[in-house]
Design a protein around this ligand. Structure first.
Ligand code: ADP
Length: 237
């Protein structure tokens, strides 16, 4: 599996607290990686550093080139470069979808595509296609406030995927859903990302979510304390 992101010696501290205390991680293209660990262990900080939302104090994070995107040194990009990366190359799904409640499902998704540079007609076409694929064909013009939690989270998945991101970052994407809806939404998130050969990085507390990912990394006190891929490598010589 080719690598898509490499992080080396990443640290981030807030006053005396080390949120990340030296993280080395190589993420594969097409992998679904769950980041787990107790509250305060640095999961969200790591996700935000990998995604170019936060700049680490030290260390380096690189995006490797793919057919769809150029190589980038994420840690040394200026704000404009990081914004472009987040809009065009990465996708995001959060616990509360962070959708615009007054806009329709279709407009929420189309807006993300337009922010990435698509014209309105194409953006609308792709938005509809993704919403239909996620079972929301009957709800295109409904406002987010008129949808159930699971439906809204499917809109958030459509919004994250309409630009065909190379890496999708999700922070507790099923945290606000009941267990059955959570299972369905996770299946759709996996199918929409790894199902088309792209990468999913998901922060979760939920062992059921982690169990369905291809790899699980556990953090404690800002360090990686276990990595299922490393165990696999060890067992296999
Ligand atoms: P997790 O996602 O595993 O709960 P976080 O990455 O949110 O952990 O936080 C890791 C540590 O960094 C915690 O001790 C937290 O209090 C601290 N931290 C995170 N963000 C900030 C911030 N903006 N200001 C101060 N401390 C922070």
């Amino acid at each position: 599996m080719p690598a898509i992101i490499t992080a080396s010696h990443v640290t981030k501290h807030y006053n005396q607290t080390y949120a990340l205390a030296g993280v080395d991680l190589t993420i594969g293209l097409g992998e679904s990686l769950a980041i787990m660990g107790p509250s305060g262990s640095g999961k969200t900080t790591l996700l935000h550093c990998l995604a170019g939302i936060l700049r680490p104090d030290e260390g380096q994070i690189r995006l490797l080139p793919t057919e769809r995107s150029a190589a980038a040194e994420i840690t040394s990009l200026k704000e404009a470069g990081r914004t472009a990366l987040r809009r065009e190359v990465f996708g995001f799904v959060f616990q509360q979808g962070l959708l615009l409640p007054e806009l329709s499902a279709e407009d929420n998704v189309a807006l993300a595509a337009m922010l990435a540079g698509m014209n309105r007609a194409d953006a609308t076409k792709h938005a509809r296609a993704w919403l239909q694929r996620l079972g929301l064909g009957e709800h295109l013009t409904k406002r987010i406030g008129q949808l159930s939690g699971g439906q809204a989270q499917r809109v958030a998945i459509a919004r994250s995927q309409v630009t065909q991101p190379v890496v999708t970052f999700a922070d507790e994407p099923t945290g606000a859903l009941d267990s059955r809806t959570s299972t369905e939404v996770l299946s759709e998130l996996l199918a929409s990302t790894t199902g088309r050969g792209s990468t999913l990085v998901v922060v979760t507390h939920d062992e059921n979510v982690a169990a369905r990912c291809s790899r699980v990394v556990r953090l404690a006190d800002g360090r990686i304390v276990s990595d299922s891929a490393a165990q696999y490598a060890t067992h296999n010589g």
